[in-house]
Write a protein that binds this ligand. Structure first.
Ligand SMILES: *[C@@H]1O[C@H](CO)[C@@H](O)[C@H](O)[C@H]1NC(C)=O
Ligand SMILES: *[C@@H]1O[C@H](CO)[C@@H](O)[C@H](O)[C@H]1NC(C)=O
Ligand SMILES: *[C@@H]1O[C@H](CO)[C@@H](O)[C@H](O)[C@H]1NC(C)=O
Ligand SMILES: *[C@@H]1O[C@H](CO)[C@@H](O)[C@H](O)[C@H]1NC(C)=O
Length: 435
């Protein structure tokens, strides 16, 4: 979901430099992001190219190692106490990234296009701590969906090395719009419920294919040239940046690059539901059908969780009520029921958004019910939604927490995140007992 005025603002900032000012209730939030830019000629490094097999790419990255969508990242193990990264000139200048070593808290820093940044050094807090996580792991994620980085090279200290870290054994995909991408939360993608779901489950790989303003229906919505029934099949998103870097030739996403997702969480339709975009119920349901058939075709064993849409609240007399209707509730429920019916499962179909073809699903598990409805009603209250119609940090945490429990109860997934920070700067406490 996105209001027209905020989209206009987003469009303008895309043309200029990323700004690292974070606003909190309209005030500038105090940040102490370290300046990590260095002159690499003053260092002696062992250097790995962006395509080194030791570097794992999380989320969607293109053949030039440029990141796309929300909270894409890289992860690797390393020896020594030094990690530096050289960023290519397709990096959004000034983009804010979060990075961490082992299970320590996220650090944020802004990145200069074409520059080298020293992210870990012997001075970095905790750099010398040995164990229990071995080898040392480094992870970095981009905060903003519309901005990205290009990895040119990764450096460690001379005589040290990168170590490949195996992927976790389970995998989640979130397909959505601004509500999933983290628009208007403090650290954007890294404060979104979609990131919080994946990170908060623990021991889970996650990819957030979400972009503000995008519809399910393949049409222009708030300036996004395509909807998810098309764009989910591509590496890049619907940003202005993508139009500059890929022009009319976006790279289809190579689904064989990463293992199949076990669960795909889909929350798409608030932009279709906005009359500004003029999407009919039929067109919306057709597009959502294609997205689900897309997931089923690419990953025949994946379970699909379709979330109900929320559209904010309004004051009604002396209380608050959800904006009604909540967005095609009956129609989505009917679609979920149809997908799980014998009628459909006798002949399950796979849609491909690149070829625009529908074929039979191949693979095991294709004839079992696989689509679930997750009802979000009752999770968010009116003060969990900010003035720009998106969840606050607290709202995002609530949605992620409920989803985690739902996934645990429905699919038997244990919750493995038992310590390391998920939500940065959400330690709100009261340390005086009487006032
Ligand atoms: C981060 O970027 C902002 C502008 O986007 C700039 O004002 C600030 O100086 C940068 N901070 C560092 C540490 O480079
Ligand atoms: C990385 O790219 C270089 C240059 O294109 C190529 O020679 C090399 O084989 C690639 N390495 C891997 C591991 O793909
Ligand atoms: C970007 O980097 C590439 C590869 O290093 C170089 O060939 C190209 O000239 C650079 N472009 C700009 C605009 O700096
Ligand atoms: C909305 O869609 C309907 C049906 O396709 C069409 O007749 C109408 O002109 C559209 N309105 C706008 C503002 O595009």
């Amino acid at each position: 979901m996105l209001s027209f005025s905020s989209l206009a603002v987003l469009g303008l900032t895309l043309l200029s430099r990323a700004s690292a000012t974070i606003l909190q209730n309209g005030q500038v939030r105090e940040t102490n992001f370290p300046n990590t830019r260095i002159d690499p000629s003053a260092y002696s490094f062992k250097t790995y190219p962006a395509n080194a097999t030791e570097i794992s790419y999380k989320g969607r990255w293109d053949s030039k190692h440029v990141s796309w969508w929300s909270a894409p990242g890289i992860k690797f193990g390393y020896t020594g106490q030094t990690v530096a990264i050289s960023f290519g000139n397709l990096t959004t200048d000034g983009v804010l990234v979060g990075y961490r070593i082992g299970g320590l808290d996220w650090t944020f820093t802004n990145i200069t296009a074409g520059a080298t940044h020293l992210l870990v050094s012997p001075d970095y807090p905790g750099a010398a701590l040995t164990g229990p996580i071995n080898p040392w792991t480094f992870e970095m994620r981009v905060t903003n969906w519309a901005y990205g980085v290009q990895i040119d090279a990764v450096h460690v200290a001379s005589g040290e090395k990168l170590v490949k870290i195996p992927d976790f054994g389970r995998r989640i995909e979130v397909i959505g719009d601004s509500l999933a991408s983290g628009m208007y939360t403090s650290y954007e993608g890294l404060s979104s419920w979609a990131y919080g779901l994946g990170e908060g489950l623990g021991n889970t790989e996650y990819s957030v294919t979400a972009y503000p303003g995008i519809c399910a229906a393949d049409q222009d919505c708030w300036g996004n040239p395509h909807g998810q029934s098309h764009q989910w099949f591509y590496t890049s998103d619907t940003s202005y940046r993508a139009s500059v870097i890929h022009g009319d030739n976006p790279e289809p996403w190579d689904f064989s690059k990463q293992p199949a997702a076990d669960i795909a969480v889909i929350m798409i339709g608030t932009n279709d539901n906005n009359e500004h975009n003029n999407v009919s119920t039929t067109a919306y349901i057709d597009a959502l059908t294609k997205i689900i058939q897309g997931v089923h075709g690419k990953w025949p064993n994946a379970q699909v969780v379709v979330m109900s849409l929320w559209l904010g609240f309004y004051q009604s007399g002396n209380t608050y009520l959800p904006n009604a209707p909540q967005g095609w509730v009956k129609e989505i429920q009917k679609l979920v029921k149809w997908f799980n019916s014998d009628d459909y499962l006798r002949n399950p179909l796979a849609y491909d958004g690149v070829t625009k073809k529908t074929t039979k699903v191949k693979g095991k598990g294709k004839d079992k019910p696989f689509v679930h409805w997750f009802n979000t009603a009752g999770i968010l209250q009116h003060n969990d939604i900010g003035p720009q119609w998106h969840p606050t940090d607290v709202g995002a945490i609530k949605v992620a927490s409920h989803l985690q429990q739902y996934i645990k109860n429905t699919f038997g997934w244990e919750l493995y995140a038992t310590g390391p920070e998920v939500w940065h700067e959400t330690l709100y406490w009261n340390d005086q007992s009487g006032y």
